[in-house]
Design a binder for this molecule. Sequence first.
Ligand code: NAP
Ligand code: MG
Length: 402
Amino acid sequence: MTKISMITPLVEMDGDEMTRIIWKMIKDELLLPFIDLKTEYYDLGLEYRNETDDKVTVDAAEAIKKYGVGVKCATITPNAARVKEYNLKEMWKSPNGTIRAILDGTVFRSPIIVDSIKPFVRTWEKPITIARHAYGDVYKSVEIKAEGKGTAELVFTSEDGKVTKEVIHTFKGPGVLQGMHNTNESIESFARACFNYALDRKEDLWFASKDTISKKYDHTFKDIFEEIYEAEYKAKFEETGIEYFYTLIDDAVARVMKSEGGFIWACKNYDGDVMSDMVATAFGSLAMMTSVLLSPEGYYEYEAAHGTVQRHYYNHLKGQQTSTNSMATLYAWTGALRKRGELDNIPELISFADKLEEASIKTIEEGVMTKDLASLSSIENIKTVNTEEFIKEVRARLEAML
Ligand code: NAP
Ligand code: MG
């Protein structure tokens, strides 16, 4: 069999612990035998990040800007324990945070759906993708504990010295207050990323806020989405046959629960934080959640939504068997390969990505799955497999399809 050739390299970002092991298995078993894989490799494993003073993370993000598409393995975000464990020079920042800051992107998370694992919400048949605005609001707020009687004010001083003031509250006793912000620039880039991704996926886009109560703050989000939609996306949406739909956040939550899925739900920062955990849990498992970062310039970075599965890795190091689910990492690869195929016009690469996904779904639907899914599945004769066996089972089905 001749291998599929590529034109532009993918930016490959290796990572840590159990996902680093899965990364190699996926490449060796499911990609390299079939594709003349072209990647530019960046080792974001914690040891090498430390060795390069984290420069490798910045280089990887710059490479995504150069080539357009990246695929990333889960990585450790160091905390005090990791600084000790890896003898780090510094408590390096989250690589995802660093990359997101450089690409200025929006993260979209979608579940991988298989027949034998039913979402907790009966009506959900298709994935619900959550887009979380990852800037500002309560995550960049300042807070004060009012100690007793006094007046809290909101003050804005413009560059030319003009002062705008609002009384927040006149305290008669102790209380709390908070000041938060967002910028039109960030909201605009979030809106564009959402509209672009909806066109990419050919799915409706929902957005919600509390504009009836927050007549300036949330209303600005609503207005910016509306203006950008009318000016730049309405015609393209109509041509594609998809819709942009705005409603109040509480109405959106009610509608989501009664929907059949199959749309993208754009959320303000806090809503996205909370709702993405709810949606992920209701769809079954974090190990079945994929994630893509899309920048307003159209750069893509694919990864799994879960972490490095540290507990399994320590068992692996002790020589024990692991049954770690590689689906989300596999989908990061297929997502990136498909996008590369689309951008470089390589139909064989797109079709390979589709078949690899199909083969992996088929494996699970035929009852062959890792431990995490075995406990959720409604299938009768389940064959629980270890990390490596699962990948081999996918390979057998893939080969039968090619
Ligand atoms: P985690 O790696 O997501 O794993 C938490 C637990 O979820 C696991 O112990 C396991 O449960 C289950 N799980 C997650 N992925 C699984 C999979 N593919 N297959 C089977 N089970 C899976 O989170 P963590 O253990 O809290 O974090 C470990 C490291 O990952 C941390 O250093 C953190 O900084 C990093 N992290 C990285 C990213 C990223 O790069 N995007 C995201 C989150 C966390 P059981 O133990 O019950 O089997
Ligand atoms: Mg959360």
